[in-house]
Design a protein around this ligand. Structure first.
Ligand SMILES: [Zn+2]
Ligand SMILES: [Zn+2]
Length: 272
């Protein structure tokens, strides 16, 4: 893994971009696939959104230590129970004995009976007070599992979207792989810092491959609800687990909606 992915990046007051990248080979070129986590630190409490991949456990631990210092981690919020999102839970629970797991935690006590009592079910609409800022659980309007949840930090105006809004840039696809990728050196760039904003085709690529069902479902209703959410909860940043952080929210939302429609309709859709 390249060095540039090993440091956390502060991206807003109290919000840090953690995790790492999994390298892949794309027709002879090294490309990267994000497995990101986000740490939101309030005056009273800190919450980790997704756990990072077990392959990055030492990286994530180092990033948490660097940001938290002597503070504890209070909450871990796996957006859904898949390895890149929840895989580091057992080590995090051991390392932070007072941390609680929050979100849709319906099955975790079966996997981790030794941590029974540390799982706090949260439903969309519920909030956690971090001290001076509130973390809100939201429905996942684009999701790959039934119990995926999104989150929103009111302090920074940042929306955490799990597997939603992953996209690729102008790089070849990894051999035999369909995941959204970026080039070494672009690991911690905001979308507005990338060489060029993603085109509809690039967004469609990541969307159609990562979330297979979008070929078959009209996402207009989902995007209307996302629009309503953005109206209700002003959003300056969007943090996907598998893509660069989006700082051009309106532009990216339009691109992604066009991408979903293109995948659904299965025909070219011309951008303006
Ligand atoms: Zn994922
Ligand atoms: Zn990378």
């Amino acid at each position: 893994m390249s060095n540039e992915t090993t440091a956390a990046r502060p991206i807003a007051d109290g919000v840090h971009w953690l995790g790492g990248c999994l390298p892949a080979n794309a027709q002879g070129q090294e490309v990267h696939y994000h497995v990101s986590a986000y740490l939101v630190v309030g005056a009273e409490a800190a919450i980790l959104v997704d756990t990072g991949d077990p392959a990055h456990l030492p990286t994530v631990i180092g990033q948490l230590d660097a940001v938290l210092g002597n503070r504890s981690l209070d909450y871990v919020f796996p957006t859904h129970p898949e390895i890149p999102h929840a895989g580091n839970l057992p080590w995090l629970l051991d390392r932070y004995p007072s941390a609680l797991v929050v979100g849709d935690v319906r099955d975790y006590s079966l996997h981790f009976p030794e941590h029974e009592g540390r799982f706090r079910p949260m439903v969309a609409g519920e909030c956690i007070d971090l001290g001076g800022r509130e973390f809100r659980f939201l429905p996942a309007f684009i999701r790959d599992l039934e119990n995926t949840l999104w989150g929103y930090d009111g302090g920074a105006g940042m929306l955490f979207v799990s597997d939603g809004f992953s996209y690729i840039h102008d790089v070849p696809a990894p051999d035999g792989d369909d995941e959204p990728v970026h080039l070494p050196g672009q690991c911690r760039l905001l979308s507005g810092e990338m060489p060029a904003p993603p085109t509809v085709e690039q967004a469609a690529y990541g969307t159609g491959r990562a979330l297979y069902w979008t070929k078959f479902v009209d996402v207009s209703d989902a995007f209307r609800r996302i629009d309503e959410t953005l109206d209700a909860f002003p959003t300056r940043l969007i943090g996907p687990a598998h893509g660069n952080v989006i700082d051009d929210v309106d532009g990216m939302l339009r691109t992604s909606l066009a991408a979903h429609r293109k995948v659904y309709e299965g025909k070219p859709l011309y951008s303006e």
